[in-house]
Design a protein around this ligand. Structure first.
Ligand SMILES: Cc1cc2nc3c(=O)[nH]c(=O)nc-3n(C[C@H](O)[C@H](O)[C@H](O)COP(=O)(O)OP(=O)(O)OC[C@H]3O[C@@H](n4cnc5c(N)ncnc54)[C@H](O)[C@@H]3O)c2cc1C
Length: 302
């Protein structure tokens, strides 16, 4: 199959690019390996995306973006991109090969792990990286959230709908999250914040039984019995398949110029997979727009 533009990833960045490229009458294919909507389908209410003063549920926003892209002719295929053949301008997926004139990479990021022994074995057995997906399994139980940014605080608040007690464990003495989220967190009687603390090790064999936490100031280690542990300590870009093909920064994020163009002139990139300081829906949408307009300009030669 040949398309003018192939967009890898169907999250907010990829879908925004698709709206612009298909409206410009360039045949557009979005290839998505999991679910259209990207990370936003993992969350509940989004309060900081403009145009929705009452907030909007993440999955609903994803569906609306998909509908808007399809309305202008975007085609969506469920498949996983494994590589790009730079010389032949080919996108190679698990199932097929596609030729194109330009590519927009919008593969986003996945939650980082703590990289502790037993973390992998206990994932799905008490450890989770998605409160929306797994929160309901912890009704009337005790859980902890690790992290101090917006996602950690939002998800801790969400978990109070199920758990009887939610600890928020943060390695510093203040949070990075927006002040209005912090206010809600501190007011909540089910939430207790444990400051200056990191997870030292995990307890449990078949399922998580607790964590050993280390106070960074005193060095003291103590056992915190838990039923669930939700980890929100940053993200890892989904750019493994691009190593050696495009310029990446030291953390694996794609380097782009102000036009969202990568080190290969006909490949553009947008959203959480690029090297940039703030990773939000609004910034992903902005990048998606810039990448699309740049790809269109490249194809139309202006
Ligand atoms: C729990 C949670 C809550 C959040 N809450 C908010 C919020 O309230 N407000 C806000 O602004 N932001 C929020 N965010 C952040 C926001 O969701 C992201 O910044 C945004 O989704 C980034 O969009 P993206 O399109 O760049 O990437 P993503 O949303 O990560 O989408 C990338 C897509 O690419 C696909 N993909 C990856 N690799 C491949 C491949 N090789 N082949 C095919 N497809 C591939 C993925 O499956 C995914 O669907 C939240 C994130 C999380 C996890």
């Amino acid at each position: 199959m040949t398309k003018d533009i192939i967009i890898i990833g169907g999250g907010p960045a990829g879908l925004t690019s698709a709206i612009y490229t298909s409206r410009a009458r360039h045949s557009t294919l979005v290839i998505e390996e999991k679910a259209v909507g990207g990370q936003i389908i993992l969350t509940t209410e989004i309060e900081n995306y403009p145009g929705f003063p009452k907030g909007i549920m993440g999955p609903e926003l994803g569906m609306l973006m998909e509908e808007q892209a399809k309305k202008f002719g975007t085609e969506i295929k469920y498949d996983s991109v494994k590589s790009i053949n730079i010389d032949e301008k080919k996108v190679i997926t698990e199932k097929e090969e596609y030729t194109c004139k330009a590519i927009i990479i919008a593969t986003g990021a996945t939650p980082s792990k703590l990289n502790l022994p037993k973390e992998e074995e206990l994932t799905g057995r008490g450890i989770s990286y998605c409160a929306t997906c797994d929160g309901a399994f912890f009704k009337d139980q005790i859980v902890a959230v690790i992290g101090g940014g917006n996602t950690a605080v939002e998800e801790a608040l969400f978990l109070t709908n199920f758990a009887k007690k939610v600890y928020l464990i943060h390695r510093r003495d203040k949070l990075r999250a927006e002040k209005c989220l912090q206010e809600r967190l501190f007011e909540h009687d089910k939430i207790e914040v444990i400051w200056n603390t990191i997870v030292d090790s995990l307890e449990g064999d078949d399922s998580l039984k607790g964590i050993n936490i280390k106070n960074k100031i005193t060095g003291q280690i103590s056992l915190l019995p838990l039923d669930g542990l939700f980890i929100f300590v940053g993200y890892t870009p989904k750019t493994e398949f691009l190593k050696g093909l495009l310029e990446l920064d030291e953390n694996g994020y794609i380097k782009v110029n102000e036009k969202n163009q990568t080190s290969i002139p006909w490949i553009f990139a947008a959203g959480d997979c690029i090297s940039k300081p703030y990773k939000q829906i609004a910034t992903a949408v902005g990048d998606g727009c810039t990448a699309a307009l740049s790809a269109i300009a490249y194809l139309e030669g202006y």
